[in-house]
Design a protein around this ligand. Structure first.
Ligand SMILES: [Mg+2]
Length: 282
């Protein structure tokens, strides 16, 4: 396995104009901050170093996410949060999906994101034109998946092709007690069932909006006003692969979802550096 150079946070502060952080597995887990995160963001704020949270979460509007992070002790403002939920609006506009009935698997804020995108957000029990998976909570899980699957099968049987949209392709996320499944795993259940029933159809896959697609990085560069950015993440196939696709450097932090030792055969997703922890000296 290729040796990945180790960096410190000080190296990153010195080497790049703005820092991009993934949230889950880097700064927070589902119940609180990760070690060193509060001190690091407080220091960045104090020295005036621009930073943004580039997150695949579509479960919270930026103002609610910021409030939540602030309660954890992280000094983050809403305008520093770039979430995959916010990509729904430009996607709906580009694909003429405003005014459609959009079923949501997710909490209240996913409904808000879809409403902001100009569609009518409905619960999974109601008929729909398109489907968005926004989170793994906020609805009765099994019952809702079954309902959505039944409706999708009915539509596909009639030759319809309802758009399937996945802002957050992450499969798992870190919890205080281990890991939990999230949106990408839910989409895989639906895709697997549809693929089995309709093996010759090409429209049974979800469209992915978040990392490793480049839209979140494009928005980060726009807000930061520079391309001299570095992405600090814990997932190889979203954070690191996405940064590589967009053409910026990346850093894999230890202790999150991915461990480098399991990725010996994926050189195209390789991080520029690795960071053992968020504290400012080794
Ligand atoms: Mg993460």
């Amino acid at each position: 396995m290729q040796a990945i150079p180790v960096v410190t946070i000080d190296d990153l502060i010195e080497g790049y104009e703005a820092l991009l952080f993934d949230a889950y597995g880097v700064l927070v887990h589902s119940e609180g901050p990760l070690p060193g995160a509060c001190e690091l963001l407080a220091r960045l704020r104090q020295i005036g170093k621009p930073f943004y949270l580039v997150t695949n979460s579509a479960a919270h509007l930026p103002e609610h996410a910021a409030f939540r992070y602030q309660r954890f002790g992280l000094p983050v403002e809403p305008e520093q949060i770039i979430s995959s939920g916010a990509l729904l609006k430009p996607y709906f506009a580009a694909n003429n999906l405003q005014g459609t009935r959009c079923a949501i698997l997710g909490p209240e804020d996913t409904y808000r994101y879809v409403q902001q995108a100009g569609a009518l957000a409905v619960p999974p029990a109601e008929d729909f034109d398109i489907l968005v998976i926004g989170d793994q909570v906020g609805f009765p899980f099994l019952e809702s998946i079954d309902t959505v699957l039944s409706r999708l099968i009915s539509k596909f049987d009639r030759g319809l092709s309802p758009p399937l949209i996945l802002p957050n392709p992450d499969l798992i996320y870190p919890k205080a007690s281990g890991f939990g499944i999230t949106c990408g795993s839910m989409a895989m259940i639906i895709e697997t069932v549809l693929k089995q029933r309709y093996p010759d159809r090409a429209d049974t896959r979800f469209v992915h909006l978040g990392k490793p697609e480049t839209a979140l990085f494009e928005e980060a560069a726009r807000r930061a006003g520079t391309q001299n950015l570095v992405m600090i993440g814990d997932q190889m196939d979203t954070d690191i692969r996405g940064a590589s696709r967009y053409g910026i450097d990346s850093v894999l932090v230890s202790g999150g979802v991915a461990e480098l030792r399991f990725y010996a055969h994926h050189p195209e997703w390789w991080p520029t550096y690795r960071l053992p922890h968020l504290q400012h000296s080794l």
